[in-house]
Each structure stands twice: as C-alpha cells, then as structure tokens.
Design a protein around this ligand. Structure first.
Ligand code: BTN
Length: 246
C-alpha cells in the first residue's frame, strides 16, 4: 500500500483527486495526500477543517471484490486500523464512536469518509478518505467546534511526526485488509467492538427516516450496528448520526 503515493500542496479535496484517478483506472492502493485542503469534505455534507501542514489529509483508492452492501465493513476496518495505529504511536487513549469517528476524551481527532461507485451490485471502487487532526492548535478551530473536536497535539501537549503516523497506519491498514480478505469480517467486528466507546450506553441514532433510541450492543456481519430497543427487539442500523439520548 502507498506504493503509488501522490503528494500535493494545496487541493480542493483529496477525495476528488482519488475519485478522478479511480475513474481513469488507478490501481488499488493509490494514495493522494495534501498539505492543505481548501474544501475538505466530511460526512453528512459537512466540511472538514484541513489547514496547511497541520494534519493528515489523505484518500486511498480501493478495489475490493465484495458486494455493494459490504462497503460499511471497509469503513469499520479503516477505523480499527487507524485507532490501533494512532494508539501505538502516541500512547494516547483513543476510542471509536460508531461508525468511524476517533475520539480522545469525547472529542473528535479523526474522521473517515468512504465514497464508492458500483456496478451490478458489485463495488467498482471505493475511496477511503482519512482526516487526522495531528498538529492543529486551538486557534485552528472555530470556537464552537472546540467543545467537540481536538487534535493529537492539543491532547498530548506535543507535536507529532506526520510521516511516522502515515507509515504506521498504512502498515496496520494493509495487514488488516489482508486478514479481512482472507478470513472475512468477524475479526474486524471483534477488534472494533473492543475499541468502541459507543456500546452499552443509551443513544439516539438520527436517520433520515427518523430517530432510533436504544442501546447499541454490537455490530452485525454486514457492519450495521445492532441497537436494543425499549421493546426488547434489536434493530440493525446501517447509517446514522449518533447523538445523545436526551
Ligand atoms: C468525517 O466527517 O468525520 C469524515 C472526514 C473525512 C476527512 C478526510 S480528509 C481527506 C479526505 N478528503 C476530504 O475532503 N475528506 C476526507
């Protein structure tokens, strides 16, 4: 992985570069990294703060030979790899908030954005976008975001070497991806559940079809989260925003 590494100074979004390359036939493992993104994208149509030189803004082209509905598995795999790698390098206590936010002390330090293109129910390619707030300072964030977001630098009180973080993450990602392709998703489920900070606590999952209130208890085989409802039934939720129960 990362054998084809494309480095840029300033771009709109590395997601767009990776997508265009994938459409042109870029091979699996092609990576786009930028020092700065002018319109970094987050999940749910939000933006992503990507100031120059302060973070890791990266998109990878994947070509997994799995059905379309397995795409969430790759998001969870990426979150596991990132969490394990960042904890190993920084020794900071990092947890995963479903589906793919990495948190330190309840504040977000990293996010993952998976975008895919499909044909005949198979994935043609997947773009895995990874944003890691490495060396951002408080002044890099708008005031209202500081309650919800932090960086490795703010959390640890020291700067980090981005190259070391990228190299370690890619190694971890490649190992997990190999195991996933050899053995299937169950190993990822076990690892994800062990790192999750979302299980066992009442939550509100906000979906376009309405809110679901219950207790997330684990993942299912497709990567959906299983939520125990007040009526005792369990519901599988594929995509939602996770909020407080109120
Ligand atoms: C989230 O909302 O949590 C996902 C954030 C993903 C940000 C990364 S940074 C690299 C890539 N390029 C983008 O524009 N977004 C992703």
């Amino acid at each position: 992985f990362g054998k084809s590494l494309n480095l840029f100074d300033s771009v709109e979004s590395t997601q767009n570069l990776a997508r265009a390359a994938a459409e042109e036939g870029a091979v699996e493992g092609t990576i786009f990294l930028a020092e700065q993104q002018l319109s970094g994208r987050g999940r749910m149509g939000r933006g992503w703060i990507s100031p120059r030189g302060r973070g890791i803004w990266m998109s990878m082209v994947l070509r997994p030979s799995v059905p379309v509905h397995f795409a969430p598995q790759l998001t969870l795999l990426t979150a596991v790899a990132l969490c394990r790698s960042l904890m190993r390098v920084t020794s900071l206590p990092i947890g995963i908030k479903w589906p793919n936010d990495l948190l330190i002390g309840g504040k977000k330090i990293s996010g993952i954005l998976l975008e895919s293109a499909a044909e005949d129910e198979r994935l043609r390619y997947v773009i895995a976008g990874i944003g890691i707030s490495v060396n951002l300072e408080a002044a890099d964030y708008p005031e209202e975001l500081l309650e919800k977001a932090t960086s490795l630098r703010i959390a640890a009180g020291q700067k980090w070497d981005r190259n070391e973080l990228i190299a370690d993450f890619l190694k971890e990602w490649e190992q997990l991806y190999f195991l996933y392709q050899e053995q299937g998703f169950s190993l990822i489920i076990t690892l994800w559940e062990a790192l999750s900070v979302s299980l066992g606590k009442p939550a509100r999952l906000i979906t376009p079809q309405g809110d679901i209130v219950g207790i997330p208890v684990g993942l299912d085989e497709s990567g959906a989260i299983r939520v125990e409802l007040a009526n005792g039934l369990t519901k599988a939720v594929f995509s939602a925003e996770m909020g407080e129960p109120q």
